[in-house]
Design a protein around this ligand. Structure first.
Ligand SMILES: *[C@@H]1O[C@H](CO)[C@@H](O)[C@H](O)[C@H]1NC(C)=O
Ligand SMILES: *[C@@H]1O[C@H](CO)[C@@H](O)[C@H](O)[C@H]1NC(C)=O
Ligand SMILES: *[C@@H]1O[C@H](CO)[C@@H](O)[C@H](O)[C@H]1NC(C)=O
Length: 449
């Protein structure tokens, strides 16, 4: 009964958000996906012609590499499509190339090999100075690319399965030699479209665009067990013009986390994330629905998030940074979020996350300014919110407008808690902290949105 009720609620909500989107503007769906136009490829090849065998046991790493090398050499006008016919394809990591579409037919499953011993290593990211988990290099992502343009990963809802269990177990047993691989990582790339694919059981973060621009992730389903470690959905990192829309993400960590490098390495690399849009995303996660951080040393700005539906989440919205990070988080607008059960609705915190090494500068204090959170509704919430600014760098112009979070009945609930923050609060329930209601100039925060 409960499942049926939730399913019915879910479809009701989808319908309502669809209607809400339709009535605004010119009656069409609001979308940012047009930053990457859909490519009609002039030519195509099938993985089968390059020795691909979809029997679930043959290793296809070389077949993928051969097919993609053909695309790279041919330089066909308008690029080429690599068709993966129905089947289950075991493979190790491989590199993509520019002007290509990887197309998974309906029923295709690309399965990552669990042979972690032979998984290739690549250099750490310059903005992290080391692997995120461990010093030194890191394992290459299953699908990888660097310095590419015009790359499409799509199909009829085929699956890319990272078979991450072996990696999660190494993490649990503390026997990982290096930082775990992502499912997809594109570095220094532009015009990337990822759509109509199911991503499953990633060893680590699922989709990681880094030092990239014009990236669209749309119509994807991202799944991993609730207890799988660090299986973030999509992590735009030091990237600009990233659009994430119409997706379902239920994993073991944040659904979406915007990042830009780690402490002294991120500060000296100095590449921000900006122009990030997240729209119509649904899911259930033990950590955050939408997050910024905690690695934000290159700065994060101009972020728009709207129409999220979050079920049974740890923290609805989590903006996280730390002393030593430097950088900034500014001009962020988050609106129309529904929360069905969470420990905390909204957390903005200046003391989250670890450091890459001892050489970070504790005086590199991040600046958090101009965050608006509006039209948030929630039920079954244990604490509406927690805002922990930094002593010496208080958070400024934090605006909460029409934020109604209903606390869970009969449970141990807590009120809002704030420090080192100024801003405004309008129509906030339960009543917000005095830090947000005593600011004199609240022009930046009105109820007339
Ligand atoms: C894939 O590309 C990366 C970076 O461009 C390179 O370092 C690596 O050697 C390539 N790996 C394979 C297996 O081709
Ligand atoms: C794609 O596959 C996922 C996972 O199996 C499923 O939940 C979703 O409904 C499918 N989407 C479409 C459009 O077929
Ligand atoms: C703030 O960010 C939005 C995108 O969310 C952008 O359209 C707007 O121009 C930015 N404002 C400023 C002052 O940069």
């Amino acid at each position: 009964m409960i499942i049926q009720y939730h399913t019915a609620m879910y479809f009701m909500l989808l319908l309502l958000s669809a209607l809400a989107a339709l009535v605004q503007g010119d009656g069409s769906w609001e979308t940012c996906a047009n930053i990457v136009p859909v490519q009609r490829r002039g030519a195509w090849i099938s993985l089968k012609s390059f020795g691909g065998v979809g029997d679930g046991t043959t290793l296809n790493t070389a077949a993928f590499a051969r097919a993609i090398a053909r695309i790279e050499r041919r330089k066909a006008r308008g690029g080429m499509l690599l068709y993966v016919p129905p089947g289950v394809y075991l493979t190790g990591p491989f590199n993509l190339t520019s002007h290509m579409t990887l197309y998974l037919a309906r029923g295709v499953v690309i399965k990552a090999t669990q042979d972690t011993w032979n998984w290739p290593l690549i250099d750490p990211l310059p903005s992290y100075g080391r692997g995120r988990e461990l010093p030194g290099g890191r394992y290459m992502s299953l699908l990888h690319g660097s310095g590419l343009e015009d790359v499409v990963i799509t199909g009829s809802n085929g699956t890319i399965d990272g078979q991450g269990e072996v990696w999660w177990n190494m993490w649990r047993q503390r026997s990982l030699p290096f930082t775990r691989p992502h499912l997809v990582e594109l570095m220094y790339s532009s015009d990337v479209l990822i759509s109509n694919i199911v991503f499953k059981n990633s060893p680590f973060w699922n989709i990681h665009p880094v030092y990239s621009s014009n990236v669209v992730v749309k119509g994807v389903t991202i799944l991993a067990p609730y207890d799988s470690p660090n299986t973030d959905g999509v992590d735009p990192d030091s990237s600009s013009n990233v659009c994430i829309e119409d997706s379902y993400i239920s994993t073991g960590d944040d659904m979406v986390a915007v990042k830009s490098g780690w402490d002294e390495y991120g500060i000296s690399f100095g590449r921000p994330s900006s122009g990030i849009t997240v729209r119509r995303v649904t899911g259930s996660n033990p950590f955050a629905g939408f997050a910024i951080g905690s690695e934000t040393s290159g700065g994060v700005e101009n972020v728009l998030v709207e129409n999220l539906n979050l079920f049974k989440t740890g923290i609805g919205i989590h903006i996280k940074t730390n002393a030593g990070r430097g950088g900034y988080i500014r001009n962020v607008t988050i609106s129309d979020v529904n929360i069905y059960g969470s420990r905390k609705g909204l957390v903005i915190s200046g003391n989250v996350g670890d450091h890459p090494d001892e050489n970070f500068n504790p005086n590199a204090l991040p600046v958090v300014d101009g965050l608006t959170v509006k039209n948030v509704w929630g039920v079954d919430v244990l604490q509406p919110g927690l805002i922990r600014g930094i002593n010496g760098s208080p958070f400024t112009r934090i605006c909460l407008s029409n934020v109604k979070l209903n606390l869970a009945a009969g449970k141990d609930t807590q009120p809002w808690s704030c420090q080192d923050v100024s801003g405004g609060a309008l129509e906030v329930q339960p009543s917000p902290c005095t830090e947000l209601t005593t600011t004199s100039d609240t022009g930046f925060c009105t109820s007339s949105f």
